[in-house]
Design a protein around this ligand. Structure first.
Ligand code: DCP
Ligand code: CA
Ligand code: CA
Length: 365
């Protein structure tokens, strides 16, 4: 049976969320920054809008270098606010979940989905993808890119091609022509090392990979990864969309009765939030390595403080104690009162029986 798989990725996600909040940013270069605090400009760019990218700015670039490239261009330099983007992401994923057969989030701004049953064919799947795009635009004012294909590898490459803002539909009859000319490095899981090894075997394009000898690929890359490379190059990688993927965090944020900067008041209000996240850990059989205290201040800015343990924890006493001491530390650093307070547990031990595309792929690629 031909499967209909989609990949969705929000355009310049963090920067676009900031533009939605403040539309006057749109024509300006926008960089979202993670400041390390060492010096005023220490830290890296998390992402940039497309205006800033025109000047050579990209994710991971030192803030000081990005500022130099944007000198005289009226850049907006914005501190990353992860909580804000998480909230938007959660709303988008919840809406998506209702519109597809299966949804597998793979990051804060992207997901695989399956439309095989509900759409039935690629024409109807295209319509579904168009309504997904329209819904995200209407509800969140955000643009995204979607790719459709017969496998995860094809869908992901199709959404890359659609960036920014597009929809690329690679129906089965177009798959070979779409994949063949692309360099092997474009395939999910093919990093620089694998690409070099393939190039040394005389394999530069995905089409050449599709015609390579299976035995030779297996002897060079092992049965599992060699087999994956071949199937991926043919657009027949078998990995399925896994719905309701294991959550990566549990969190709860509560509004205080009165603004305060007293850590004991904040902690007290959080009691039911702590019970909630601990209950989620217990019922899902998970343990968490990181606990984060979240404070949303009177000016609605978000501050967080985390602690990471060497070994995962799940017991109520440790979570309570840690949350309290995190709030004691956080309250020393804030210049405004807390308005809302929250707690998050994350860094779960990964469930063993989860199959995903990444399972076929070597970590070092
Ligand atoms: N991100 C980050 N550091 C990186 C890469 C990404 O903090 N090195 C964050 C910021 C991005 C978000 O993750 O907004 C999503 O990453 P993407 O790779 O999807 O990049 P963008 O959404 O920013 O841009 P694009 O339009 O290319 O998808
Ligand atoms: Ca994105
Ligand atoms: Ca992404």
């Amino acid at each position: 049976m031909i499967r209909i798989i989609g990949h969705i990725d929000i355009d310049y996600f963090y920067a676009q969320v900031e533009e939605v909040e403040n539309p006057s940013l749109k024509p300006r270069p926008v960089i979202i920054c993670v400041f390390s605090g060492r010096t005023e400009d220490s830290g890296v760019v998390s992402t940039a809008n497309y205006v800033a990218r025109e000047f050579g700015v990209h994710s991971g670039m030192p803030i000081a270098l990005a500022k130099r490239k944007l000198m005289g261009k009226d850049p907006a330099v914005i501190r990353m606010d992860h909580e804000k983007y998480e909230v938007v992401s959660t709303r988008i994923m919840e809406d998506l979940e209702k519109r597809v057969d299966l949804l597998e989030p793979t990051g804060i701004d992207e997901a695989f989905f399956d439309l095989t049953t509900s759409a039935g064919d690629f024409n109807r799947a295209r319509k579904d993808a168009e309504s997904i795009k329209a819904s995200i635009l209407r509800n969140e004012h955000l643009t995204c890119s979607i790719g459709l294909g017969q496998s995860k590898v094809v869908a992901k490459l199709a959404s890359d091609t659609a960036k920014p803002g597009g929809l690329t539909v690679i129906s089965p009859d177009l798959t070979e022509a779409f994949l063949s000319p692309l360099p092997v490095s474009k395939l999910y899981g093919v990093g620089p090392k694998t690409a070099t090894a393939l190039n040394e075997m005389g394999i530069k394009t995905i089409g050449e990979l599709a015609r390579a000898s299976p035995a030779e690929l297996e002897s060079r890359f092992g049965r599992k990864f060699g087999g994956y490379l071949l199937s991926a190059s043919l657009g027949t990688d078998p990995s399925a969309v896994v719905a309701g993927l294991e959550p990566t965090q549990f969190s709860r944020i509560l509004t205080l009765k009165h603004d305060t900067r007293d850590p004991l008041e904040a902690y007290d209000r959080l009691s039911e939030g702590i019970d909630y996240v601990q209950g989620k850990l217990a019922s899902s059989g998970k343990a968490s390595k990181t606990i984060t205290a979240i404070g949303i201040l009177a000016d609605l800015s978000t501050r967080t403080k985390s602690k990471t343990f060497d070994a995962p924890i799940a017991d109520l006493a440790t979570i309570r104690e840690t949350t309290l001491s995190l709030f004691e530390e956080l309250s020393k650093t804030i210049e405004k009162d807390f308005r809302r307070v929250g707690v998050r547990v994350s860094g779960f031990e990964k469930a063993e029986d989860q199959t995903s595309l990444s399972e076929f792929v070597r970590p070092t690629g």
